[in-house]
Design a protein around this ligand. Sequence first.
Ligand SMILES: *[C@@H]1O[C@H](CO)[C@@H](O)[C@H](O)[C@H]1NC(C)=O
Ligand SMILES: *[C@@H]1O[C@H](CO)[C@@H](O)[C@H](O)[C@H]1NC(C)=O
Length: 304
Amino acid sequence: MPVTFLLFLAMFLFPVCWPFLALYILWLFYDRAPANGGRPIQWVRHLRFWKHIASYFPVTIVKEEELDPNTRYVFGYHPHGIISHGALMNFGTEGTNFSKVFKGLKLRLLTLETNFRIPLYRDLLLALGLASVSLQSCTHILNMKTPTSIVIVVGGAAEALEAHARTNNLTLRKRKGFIKVAIRNGAPLVPVFSFGENDLYNQFANPKGSRVRRFQEVFCKYVGVSPPVFYGRGIFNYDFGILPHRKQVATVFGKAIKTEKNLSPSEEYINEIQEKYIEELQRIYDKYKNVYAADRSTELIIKE
Ligand SMILES: *[C@@H]1O[C@H](CO)[C@@H](O)[C@H](O)[C@H]1NC(C)=O
Ligand SMILES: *[C@@H]1O[C@H](CO)[C@@H](O)[C@H](O)[C@H]1NC(C)=O
């Protein structure tokens, strides 16, 4: 994000760039791609660069069952972590060979509309197949001609504030929007749990109720993005820097939970599906926790 943003600002220094900038800024007002299915560019997703990044951690896929490329799924990704590296590597790039592991499955990783307001960065996200997480965008994608699934990082900004190493606190119980979207479109729900996502950075202590946390929550409420205060490692040292730690991220795909299409589902039905979803999420966590989270300090905690 900072690199693309600085590049954009730097272009103002060079008069030869001005015509391009003028056209580009006009284009920003005109372009509706983020809410209309995105604009993935396959060669950008397939760049070798992403394979190197994915193998640094490494990010790996753990598959519980085959998924049908002609079905439109709603994937819930947990936890958000500081910046969801695992989600970006698996769903935004071919760094982990996603299209070979789940043959023919097409999808869009969804993120906040705000991210598409940042010049150049937005175009990179679009090229990686990201789209807006608004309701309109979800519905649009799930009804495109080519069967296409969506991936929602359910916990979002609130969960990022609890992304502390060796713990997994999820913001989930009150988040029923993604379940409703699935039911309204008759799409099966697939819980995805990424072990290690919370271990990639150190976040400064911000316990619930502290002044830092209250500020972060107010900021989050009005700006929509959360400001976790974090650090990782440097290139030549392991103690401090902006690089993520070199820790494995194992992304486990649970079994799909079928939903019955209903445009106005009852509260009971939504809760019933949510129960099944949480049960499956808990099952994959328990099944793999001793392999991929052997050094955890607390168990999975599912919060509101
Ligand atoms: C992806 O596929 C290539 C070629 O088949 C293979 O060499 C590589 O190890 C795979 N990467 C991962 C992360 O599985
Ligand atoms: C996770 O939730 C528990 C229970 O609410 C809380 O005590 C703990 O501090 C939380 N952990 C983090 C890292 O926020």
